[in-house]
Write a protein that binds this ligand. Structure first.
Ligand SMILES: *Cc1c(COP(=O)(O)O)cnc(C)c1O
Length: 356
């Protein structure tokens, strides 16, 4: 730290992203990216948009917001767009939180929530997950704080129903409830239709996971127009041109290639079933996932040993050392070839263990 670093940030704890080796040496099953490339039309759209990079992008991102709104039968006034949904989380925490207006989230969830609330000096509360890693909606009624929930939750993959989400939103009318649907395409039901009824609901989505655009950085928020105007006001104070021309073009083209993405999503769900079954047969505990990853617990070794053993064999998965899930690893679902290699590597590890 330099002597110039602001003292207000002396307790900063940055987010630790999953490893991002840039040499393509590993089978990457650690950050929930899609194993499939963007649709060909998306690449064409990016190339075409690049021809005008001397010009600023549209600070209102109107064409993109209209395209997203149309997808959900809403208006552009119901849509804010961000440089990844991470940026929208930041805007929303600034817009709706402060030292007194806390956000509550589950004790095991997306690590960026606490990090981003902390840097914005927004008060934080967490509620422990149940023994079986589920969220009990009854514990989120009339909390007296804002709420942020990932649905399905990460890294558990467990899903709340729309009815359960509605129960929470309806019971906290004086506070904002952010529902982060980063993984909703992989088997969940979206709560976006509830936006019409509830002025306190903000739903976040991302193109990173289901639409093969993690590297383009594009997310969006859906809500009633006043809530969206608040998010956009903060956006205009921090990063008015937050969506670059290529990313906006990619988003619009991706929405037009929905068939391609639906096919990929179906393949990932099939591969998820294949992997869950193979791991259960090998004695793993596997949480029932509605996302493009599985949280799994080996019984032949520790979570850390599984992570290390797979890394030695060229496969990266995610492991957290210091929490309730230390015995577990999160494995992103890739192609069937990648999943077959994963199972092969695990068989090797189990065989070496038996040979002692
Ligand atoms: C990946 C992820 C995000 C961030 O997505 P970006 O749009 O890439 O910033 C947000 N929330 C959850 C739960 C995620 O897993």
């Amino acid at each position: 730290m330099s002597k110039y670093f602001s003292i207000r940030y002396k307790n900063l704890h940055p987010y630790t992203p999953g490893e991002q080796p840039q040499d393509q040496q590993y089978i990457k099953l650690n950050t929930n990216e899609s194993p499939f490339p963007p649709a060909p039309a998306v690449l064409d759209a990016a190339a075409e948009a690049a021809e005008n990079l001397q010009l600023y992008s549209d600070p209102r991102s109107l064409e993109l917001r209209r395209a997203i709104a149309k997808e959900h039968g809403l208006s552009a006034l119901n849509v804010a767009v961000g440089n990844g949904s991470d940026e929208l989380l930041n805007f929303a925490f600034i817009a709706f939180g402060n030292k007194k207006a806390a956000f509550t989230y589950p004790s095991v969830t997306y690590g960026f929530y606490s990090v981003c609330l902390n840097v914005n000096t927004v008060a934080r509360r967490s509620i422990p997950l149940k023994e079986d890693f589920t969220i009990d909606p009854a514990e989120y009624l009339d909390l007296g704080t804002n709420i942020v929930l990932a649905n399905p939750n990460a890294p558990t993959g467990l899903l709340l129903s729309v009815e359960q989400i509605e129960q929470i939103v309806a019971a906290n009318p004086d506070h904002v409830v952010i529902v982060d649907e980063a993984y909703i395409a992989f088997g969940g039901e979206t709560c976006i239709p509830l936006v019409k009824k509830y002025p306190n609901l903000l739903v976040l989505r991302t193109f990173s996971k289901s639409h093969s655009l993690a590297g383009a950085r594009l997310g969006y928020a859906i809500g009633q127009k006043d809530l969206i105007a608040d998010v956009n006001k903060v956006k205009n104070c921090i990063n008015p041109y937050n969506i670059n021309r290529m990313t906006a073009a990619c988003g619009i083209a991706a929405l037009e290639a929905e068939d391609y993405y639906q096919q990929n999503i179906q393949t990932i769900m099939d591969n998820r079933n294949f992997t869950a079954l193979a791991l259960r047969r090998r004695g793993f505990e596997v949480l029932p996932s509605a996302a493009n990853f599985l949280l799994v617990k080996p019984d032949f070794c520790t979570g850390e040993a599984l992570y290390e053993g797979l890394k030695d064999r060229g496969i990266l998965v995610r492991h957290w050392k210091t929490s309730r899930i230390a015995g577990w690893c999160r494995i992103t679902i890739g192609t069937i070839e990648q999943m077959t290699k994963l199972i092969g590597a695990i068989d090797q590890m189990m065989a070496e263990k038996t040979e002692g």
